[in-house]
Design a protein around this ligand. Structure first.
Ligand SMILES: *Cc1c(COP(=O)(O)O)cnc(C)c1O
Length: 381
């Protein structure tokens, strides 16, 4: 790949790496009998859907817009693909269209189910309904990403469970993990079964949510397969998984250019991208992206603080060191920037959105989307 010819900033998704992830997920499907659908929240680069839809069985969406994208851009390549739509609370003004384009509708609470179930069935008699359960167990590493934390709004706890929902639902969902290995799933399953397995009779499916870090090195794929097979055999239900991160995990990078370098107590480099607008998790988590060829501050000879091209003082990526001094015009590559990045981007400060590109298996680079001033203007009035 000719890195220097890429117009920055740009996210580059590597088709071969994406397909490797999809193949591993497909292996899990084939061996375990589970169906795996893509959580658009984490990865929604729809120009890759011709490839993604060859392996995954559909999409899970968090409301009308994601459901529409799934219906329009995923199902056209795979007419059997399923659209699952969940929302912490649906709105009257959206529910008709959601019902029309969704195969599965997942309600967050009995209130919501009772409010909308008739309307949904009227519009789409084939829609399958589910209730999201909060199993109240999670070892999620960060509170902001813990759906089962104290006072959580996400899902129905046993105390709030109403047995009369059972005659209306085809399945139950839970989502309790975040970037976790299979042992964390096992813990959640123990609690979930203890509290809710008495209600599984007659259900068609249980959806284990996302947060399974299946494509990360060291994930115990064989144990996952075993757990799913045991669960399916024990309760005679279909099992769904709906990962987002595991699909886009380590499938590409964000490339930026050094615009200026100077000294102010330490070396500062200004890049044509933004943590706030383009890599929000670096500020929210906080987490530090790996930069190709770099070390921790002080590890290599030349250390720089990476600041971004916005006027937010805290718009800083972190400190990185290099063997050689950085020069204006140098490219900087932030690794693993394909999941939970461009789906969250903003045009804060009028900064240009990074382009989206696919590095094809044949070695060509397809720039599938470029942004400009109209994207900034179009969101304001
Ligand atoms: C975010 C989310 C997912 C995907 O989670 P990942 O951590 O990206 O795998 C799946 N299901 C629900 C309900 C979610 O909110």
């Amino acid at each position: 790949m000719d890195i220097n010819s890429i117009k920055t900033p740009c996210y580059v998704c590597e088709e071969e790496l994406l397909e490797n992830n999809l193949k591993l997920l497909d292996y899990v499907q084939k061996e375990s009998g589970a169906k795996i659908i893509l959580a658009l929240k984490g990865f929604a680069m729809w120009s890759t859907f011709p490839l993604v839809s060859k392996y995954l069985k559909g999409c899970t969406s968090s409301g009308l817009h994601e459901a529409k994208l799934a219906r329009e851009e995923f199902c056209k390549y795979n007419p059997h693909a399923e659209v699952h739509t969940y929302s912490p609370a649906f709105k009257e003004e959206d529910i008709d269209e959601i019902a029309r384009i969704s195969d599965h509708i997942v309600f967050n609470a009995p209130n919501q189910l009772f409010k909308f179930k008739e309307r949904v069935k009227e519009i789409n008699p084939h829609a399958e309904l589910s209730l999201r359960i909060n199993p109240e167990v999670s070892s999620s590493p960060k509170d902001i990403y813990n759906p089962c934390g104290i006072y959580s709004r996400l899902g129905t706890t046993l105390a709030n469970f109403d047995e009369s929902v059972l005659e209306h639902v085809d399945g139950l969902n839970f989502h309790a993990l975040c970037e976790q290995n299979v042992d964390a799933l096992e813990e959640v399953l123990v609690a979930f079964e203890e509290k809710f397995s008495k209600y599984f009779k007659g259900l068609k499916y249980i959806n284990f949510g996302g947060g399974h870090h299946i494509t990360k090195k060291g994930y115990d794929v064989e144990k996952l397969i075993r757990l799913i097979k045991e669960f399916k055999a024990k309760y005679d239900v279909e099992v769904y998984l709906e990962p987002g991160e595991a699909v886009g995990w380590q499938t590409g990078f964000l490339i930026a250019t050094v615009l200026d370098v100077f000294e102010n107590g330490m070396s500062v480099a200004i890049l044509d991208t933004s943590a706030e607008a383009h890599m929000p998790d670096t500020l929210a988590m906080p987490y530090r992206a790996d930069v190709r060829g770099s070390g921790e501050a002080g590890e290599k000879k030349y250390t720089y603080r990476f600041g971004r091209n916005t006027c937010l003082a805290g718009d800083i990526m972190g400190d990185y060191s290099f063997d050689a001094p950085l020069k204006i015009g140098d490219k900087v590559i932030f690794e693993d920037q394909i999941h939970y990045t461009f789906v969250k981007n903003t045009t804060f400060n009028g900064i240009k959105l990074p382009s989206l590109a696919i590095y094809r298996k044949d070695g060509s680079l397809d720039v599938v989307k470029e942004f400009d001033y109209t994207d900034y203007r179009g969101r304001l009035s």
